[in-house]
Write a protein that binds this ligand. Structure first.
Ligand code: SAM
Length: 271
């Protein structure tokens, strides 16, 4: 990949590009592949983590859209891939609108290229730790009507925040500013108390100098007073595995792998 977009630094690893590499994407640099290859080669099977995370996100977006949500803010959206949030949502609600938010300029460059002709989506370069900036960004204000329910997505992003950055307060900030009936979807790396998970966490922390896997209790706390919908907070593979997306992983009838256990998710409703 070569890209001259201002801000894109091919000498430093990027969370978005490594994740995309693991999902089979081509928008990456050697520095990203070095970390991606650690997961592929030294932690065999760990590719299940992004794959199951993405599958659960697709099922959750479909569920939100089926429940009537027609506007989404996708925090830490990542590089465009197969089945982006707006594409999934529009299978159920043709008029769905999506604001993608990421602080990686690579995401902005590729997102804009993909979405240029689409009036009902936008991608903005912003840090999710600065919710005021996201909320009042002109593109978000143009697209999202905060008077009607919103689907707020924090998929695989809050584990990149340290405790001092108060991820729970960030979720609450949004929960206080969207109407009743809004949905919150979160997925998060889970501390598994085993060697593989410890190595994965260590590698991510050494690459990015931040972030933390959390226990089930800590992840559940991120939802605050929101009302968790069925089946609650569970490993991504177990989140409504038989729902409309056609995913047939067979999870639920067999023991989950250590990698499937490494990422959990939940969908909640603002009462
Ligand atoms: N949400 C997508 C998914 O679940 O498929 C992508 C997840 S990827 C592991 C995490 C994304 O969060 C990356 O694109 C990264 O750039 C973004 N990210 C990490 N920290 C962020 C921050 N503070 N503000 C905005 N985006 C952030």
């Amino acid at each position: 990949m070569t890209d001259d977009t201002p801000g894109i630094d091919g000498s430093k690893p990027s969370i978005a590009r490594i994740y995309d590499y693991l999902l089979g994407g081509r928008d990456n640099y050697p520095v990203d592949r070095e970390i991606g290859d650690f997961f592929l080669n030294d932690l065999p099977g760990s590719v299940e983590v992004p794959v199951e995370n993405r599958r659960a996100l697709i099922r959750a977006v479909a569920a939100m859209a089926e429940d009537g949500i027609r506007q989404f803010v996708d925090m830490g959206s990542g590089l465009p891939t197969a089945d982006n949030v707006h594409q999934v949502a529009r299978r159920h609600r043709a008029d769905a609108r999506v604001a993608y938010v990421d602080n990686d300029p690579t995401v902005l460059a590729h997102g804009r290229a993909l979405l240029a002709a689409d009036e009902r989506t936008t991608v903005i370069l912003a840090d999710v730790r600065e919710p005021e900036t996201v909320r009042h960004h002109p593109e978000v204000a143009r697209l999202i009507d905060f008077g009607e329910p919103v689907g707020v997505v924090f998929s695989a992003v809050l584990h990149h925040l340290d405790d001092e950055e108060r991820p729970g307060e960030l979720v609450r900030w949004w929960a206080e500013r969207v109407p009743s009936g809004s949905r919150f979807y979160l997925s998060h790396f889970r501390s598994g108390h085993n060697e593989q998970t410890r190595l994965a966490e260590q590698r991510l922390q050494s690459a990015f100098g931040r972030g933390r896997f959390r226990t089930d209790r800590e992840i559940a706390d991120l939802f605050g007073d929101l009302e968790l919908l069925e089946p609650g907070l569970v490993p991504c593979s177990l989140w409504r595995p038989e729902s409309a997306s056609g995913d047939r992983s067979g999870a639920g009838e067999r023991e989950l792998t250590v990698w499937e256990q490494m990422i959990s998710c939940g969908l909640a409703r603002k009462p």
